[in-house]
Design a protein around this ligand. Structure first.
Ligand code: NAG
Ligand code: NAG
Length: 603
């Protein structure tokens, strides 16, 4: 009897849960990283059906952004604001496989619907200008010299069906843009709960932009599931790596200026041979570090967003099951079956916080650390890039790409979009492989190169490379520095010019023999570079102007003085000339005498 009742109830329950499945959810993932860091990943995602969107019924989709996208026929949009450097050596693989981060500054790419390339360019111009206003960023500076049309590096993420033919991909970067609070505020305004409730209530400009690394992302794409209407999905993501110690430091209590902690408070690794009173190597793990959500974010989590899917837990943390975590009342803990993470359902009203106490110190310390922290995942590839060479005329770029895997080759597309004043010599492009024995150097499988035109477009270089297991590839090329017109230099010309990060797209491994079969693309970006160009001494014209002006002023002053001054002996001066009144009377007398004389002469 019981079983038959249940068998009726379950499909009914599933049916209802399907109908009422929310189209919006948000989640915060916390992940302690080595060296006293904490990765906080905020994710907000919502669905709006395409028919609703086209009928201007935007539902969860922010209207301001929706209207811009409709106006310029944008089918897919990706916008990134990033700051800092992801330290892959200590923090391991990037969150979201690196697909939700951009190079330092602002990065934008979109698929636009247009019949011709010129029409796509016009729409791109409208899009960048509109987004620039919406996000308070200088996106309108993405002109034709900073726009590229990537050929191999980007693939559409959404389901575009058959109308992929008239879609144009355009990509632009602003490496010099400084991401700050004025970009966070519009970002929060796009969320259904606008940062007032739910996990977005934790976001605060002071903490976000004090992070060691941060990236804000907006992705809009159409998604079609089988047997359902296609939806337009908007996903907003904020990832940041907080330094726990720095975030916990109290602010503005008689100490408004953040200062480095005194030497005796530093946590040093005393096992290093050079450790002494005045040298300190920071210790790897914040062993004794305890923290709570309100300490590191500066505020409590205020309830849940009423629109969010109640089945998706609001906060998740990646620590082994052995570690104790305390939360405020009424939160429901859900342990993940892998034993490495757990999630919390937050009460819909009131404030929520979570405390991670110090690690238990009993027994062997090293063993405890291994038991109570999750080892970061090894990334598929390490990448770094730097400028080589010296002098004002020529330079070089060297990229070092390391495949840490002992048995899997990695295939990727390496893309550079360089400013026009960096004229590269393609014949100097070389790849050298180190590590695996018997590997030839011809690992570049395909090259796409679009040379720069002065003041019209930049260089675009895309390379498809296959890097053998456990080896290092050195990609090098030389370039020549152009001399700019003096009006083309920025006001801080001696700082140098930012060169955008190179974008590395790791392709899915398709060979079925290789052990881990990856179906998804992952991304990686190097840091941006600071290129110094030959800069004229701008103080020279200034010096010349000042010097000539002084000389003229001196000569003119003296000459004029000699010409107009009348010299009289002291005894010849009129009486009473000592006072101001006397002087004035004398002047008037002289002037009137002069005028009279003049009149007589003209008559
Ligand atoms: C949105 O739609 C996609 C595809 O149908 C689905 O996978 C997802 O769970 C839906 N909801 C949210 C909040 O993303
Ligand atoms: C100190 O450095 C050594 C390597 O020199 C390392 O093995 C050890 O884990 C470090 N200890 C801490 C606490 O960071």
């Amino acid at each position: 009897m019981m079983t038959s009742l249940f068998s009726y109830l379950i499909p009914l329950f599933l049916f209802f849960s399907n109908v009422f499945a929310s189209d919006y959810h948000e989640q915060l993932n916390l992940k302690p990283l080595p060296q006293s860091s904490l990765l906080a990943s905020f994710n907000f995602r919502s669905n709006t059906t395409l028919s609703q969107f086209e009928a201007h019924n935007f539902r969860y989709f922010p209207r301001s952004l929706g209207q811009i996208l409709q106006h310029v026929g944008t089918r897919e949009l990706h916008l990134r604001f990033s700051l800092g450097r992801w330290d892959a050596e200590s923090w391991g693989a990037r969150p979201w496989d690196g697909t939700k981060e951009g190079g330092t500054g602002v990065e934008l790419w979109a698929w636009l619907e247009a019949d011709t390339e010129e029409q796509a360019d016009l729409k791109w111009l409208t899009l960048t200008n509109a987004l620039s206003g919406l996000f308070c960023a200088s996106l309108n500076f993405i002109d034709e010299t900073r726009t590229t049309r990537p050929v191999m590096s980007f693939q559409p993420e959404g389901d575009h069906g058959s109308n992929l033919d008239n879609l144009h991909l355009l990509h632009g970067v602003l490496p010099h843009e400084i991401v700050c609070t004025e970009n966070l505020t519009p970002f929060l305004k796009l969320l259904p709960c606008k940062g007032k409730a739910g996990i977005s209530s934790l976001l605060d400009g002071h903490k976000l932009f004090d992070a060691s690394w941060q990236s804000m992302a907006i992705d809009v794409r159409p998604v079609c599931a089988q047997g359902q209407e296609c939806v337009l999905q908007i996903e907003q993501t904020i990832d940041m790596v907080l330094d726990i110690e720095r975030s916990k430091r109290p602010r503005a209590q008689g100490n408004p200026i953040p200062r480095p902690p005194p030497g005796h408070d530093l946590k040093c690794n005393a096992t290093k041979p050079y450790h002494s009173g005045d040298t300190c190597f920071p210790s790897d793990f914040a062993e004794g570090e305890d923290w709570s959500i309100d300490q590191i974010f500066g505020k409590f989590l205020r309830g849940t967003c009423p629109l969010t899917d109640p089945n998706v837990p609001a906060v998740c943390i990646h620590v082994p099951e052995r570690r104790d975590i305390f939360t405020t009342a009424n939160a429901v803990e859900l342990k993940n079956s892998d034993g490495l993470s757990r999630c919390y359902q937050v009460p819909s009203e009131g404030e929520f916080s979570m405390i991670l106490p110090r690690m238990s110190r009993e027994g062997d310390n090293a063993k405890t650390i291994a038991d109570e922290t999750v080892e970061p995942e090894t990334p598929l590839l390490y990448a770094e890039r730097s400028l080589t060479g010296h002098g004002q005329e020529r330079g070089g770029v060297q990229s070092i790409l390391t495949n840490p895997s002992p048995d899997t080759a990695v295939e990727f597309v390496y893309m550079e979009s360089l400013p026009w004043f960096m004229r590269i010599y393609l014949h100097t492009l070389k790849a050298r492989v180190e590590g695996a024995p018997g590997v030839k150097d011809d690992i570049i499988e395909e090259i796409y190169y679009r040379p720069a035109l002065d003041r019209a477009r930049g260089t675009q270089l895309e390379l498809r490379v296959r890097i053998p297991p456990a080896s290092i590839v050195f990609l090098t090329y030389d370039f020549e520095k152009s001399i700019l017109r003096y009006t083309e230099y920025p006001p801080d010309a001696n700082r140098g010019f930012d060169v955008a990060a190179s974008i590395i797209t790791i392709l899915p491994s398709t060979s079925p023999g290789a052990p881990p079969l990856r179906l998804r693309i992952s991304n990686l970006r190097t840091t941006s570079l600071l290129l110094s160009l030959p800069t004229p001494d701008f103080s020279m014209p200034y010096n010349v102007i000042i010097f000539t002006s002084t000389a003229i002023a001196l000569a003119f002053g003296g000459l004029y003085n000699l010409l107009v001054r009348r010299f009289v002996g002291a005894d010849e001066s009129p009486e009473g000339a000592g006072g101001l009144k006397g002087k004035l009377a004398f002047l008037v007398k002289r002037l009137s005498a002069k005028f009279k004389g003049a009149k007589v002469r003209t008559e």
